[in-house]
Design a protein. Structure first.
Length: 122
């Protein structure tokens, strides 16, 4: 005679098989189809001095993705540029005027960049 605990476990195994082949991946988004892929995004890069007591900051806006992806991208840019900054609400703020370096780094990562208020150096 089977224990009552084993009966419900056997029933659950029938309802939810553990075999990974039994699950379909059709409904799961592919990495190339997500909105946060660099190819599908155009990031705006601009210099901002408003409400900052005259200190310049570089703003990168237009990012579409999760907060974790935004934080990771901001951290990468801050380390590469050697500056401080923050990331929130789809916008990355980098301390100082690092527009050209930021544009170069984002282009290398595969993002399309749109300079706002300056012309990129060639």
């Amino acid at each position: 005679m089977a224990k009552p605990e084993e009966d419900w476990k056997a029933h659950l195994r029938q309802l939810y098989p553990v075999n990974p082949d039994s699950f379909t991946t059709d409904c799961m988004p592919q990495a190339s189809q997500t909105a946060s892929s660099p190819v599908k995004q155009t990031l705006r890069i601009e210099l901002d001095k408003h409400h900052r007591k005259g200190n310049a900051v570089t703003l990168v806006s237009g990012f579409v993705g999760t907060d974790a992806e935004l934080t990771t991208l901001a951290r990468t840019l801050k380390i590469a540029c050697g500056v401080g900054g923050s990331a929130r609400d789809g916008e990355i703020l980098l301390q100082g005027d690092v527009r050209y370096k930021t544009m170069q780094l984002l282009s290398e990562m595969g993002y399309r960049c749109k300079p706002v208020g300056f012309s990129p150096q060639k």
